[in-house]
Design a protein around this ligand. Structure first.
Ligand code: SF4
Length: 339
């Protein structure tokens, strides 16, 4: 961590870029990037966690709460397919009225209807912790239930900053860091796939960012289960915590630091959802992969802008000198081990 702290404080942008590109080149062709077209389906906005950085949720019994019907979910997936996408990420609130069976039935019905034509990220680790606890099951038991319902992926979303202090300041009812990693370990051990995420731009200190990266790196050393690391930026509009957005340059530098620090994770992903056109510059700072999302109510409520001109977006990395290739969701691109 000392080395990373020194790099952050002292390295120029060009030095960070160069080091990050060196690590990127161990995993990927230097001038090639991959992408997916995807949709986040926010199946319910009812949530009891009350994170102060969230503009999305309503409490149970408050006006405006919803749970999407199965038909509404299917209609959203059909629309994604029309856009040429093949990845759905389910993400919603901690709704105490939805039992584990609701999720298992929903995921089994999606798998039955779409087979492997559409892949889905079923929940985030944060939601998984809540579900397992509500069901009174161990993480291994809950993971087995999801896997048997046809789930292949439970992503590392909802992690924001993984330090106990950050959790207490902003999201004390969400989960503890210890629970988070225990749950993620159970997902890996059950044979499902997972990812790492991070959100920066709240009030976290440099040391907290580095602790998050260190914990992620350690988890990968222990389990080898992380396919990718995605970092996005906090959107403050309409949230109780408020604040301001960080500048793109800070994001790019953080992507570079992450690529260097997490040299044991194959993919570093840049966030078009929260950085729009500026996200593509992060390819020069070590990122190799990105999503083009067509919907995410959680971040849109907090100020994210979604651009549906996918060809226009793809022209940007091309203009930066990258070949962009679609990465089919059901078959993660083969990644060579680093040399
Ligand atoms: S971030 Fe997620 S868990 Fe936290 S309040 Fe919003 S919906 Fe609930």
């Amino acid at each position: 961590m000392d080395e990373a702290r020194a790099l952050w404080n002292e390295a120029s942008d060009d030095e960070l870029k160069e080091l990050a590109q060196e690590v990127r080149a161990r995993w990927h062709e230097p001038d090639r990037a991959t992408y997916m077209v995807m949709r986040i389906i926010n199946y319910t906005n009812v949530c009891v966690a009350q994170c102060d950085y969230c503009a999305f949720y309503v409490l149970p019994n408050q006006d405006g709460g919803y749970v999407l019907s199965r038909e509404e979910v299917f209609a959203k997936i059909d629309e994604l397919v029309e856009f040429g996408g093949d990845l759905v990420a389910f993400n919603g609130g901690f709704n105490p009225r939805l039992p584990l069976d609701y999720y298992c039935d929903l995921f089994a019905s999606v798998r039955e209807r779409y087979g492997d034509r559409v892949e889905f990220y079923a929940l985030t680790i944060a939601e998984f912790v809540f579900l397992a606890d509500r069901a009174g099951l161990s993480y291994s038991e809950a993971a087995a239930r999801l896997r048997d319902a046809g789930v292949h992926w439970v992503t590392g979303g909802g992690s924001e900053i993984l330090t106990e202090d950050f959790r207490k300041r902003h999201a004390k009812w969400k989960y503890t860091v210890r629970d988070y990693f225990e749950a993620q370990r159970a997902i890996v051990e059950s044979g499902m796939k997972t990812t790492a995420t991070m959100v920066i731009g709240f009030d976290e200190t440099l040391d907290e960012r580095l602790e998050h990266l260190q914990r992620t790196r350690d988890f990968q050393d222990e389990t080898g289960g992380l396919f990718s690391f995605l970092c996005w930026t906090y959107k403050p509009y309409g949230t109780a915590f408020g604040g301001r957005e960080i500048a793109p340059r800070e994001y790019w530098r953080h992507i570079a630091l992450s690529r260097i620090f997490l040299d044991n994770i194959p993919h570093i992903r840049t966030s078009v959802l929260t950085q729009n056109e500026d996200a593509f510059r992060a390819l020069d700072y070590g990122a190799d992969d990105f999503d083009l999302p067509i919907e995410d109510e959680v971040t849109q409520k907090a100020g994210a802008r979604i651009d549906l001109d996918l060809d226009g977006l793809l022209a940007i990395p091309r203009s930066l000198g990258y070949t962009v290739e679609y990465r089919r969701a059901e078959r993660p691109a083969a990644v060579a081990a680093p040399s």
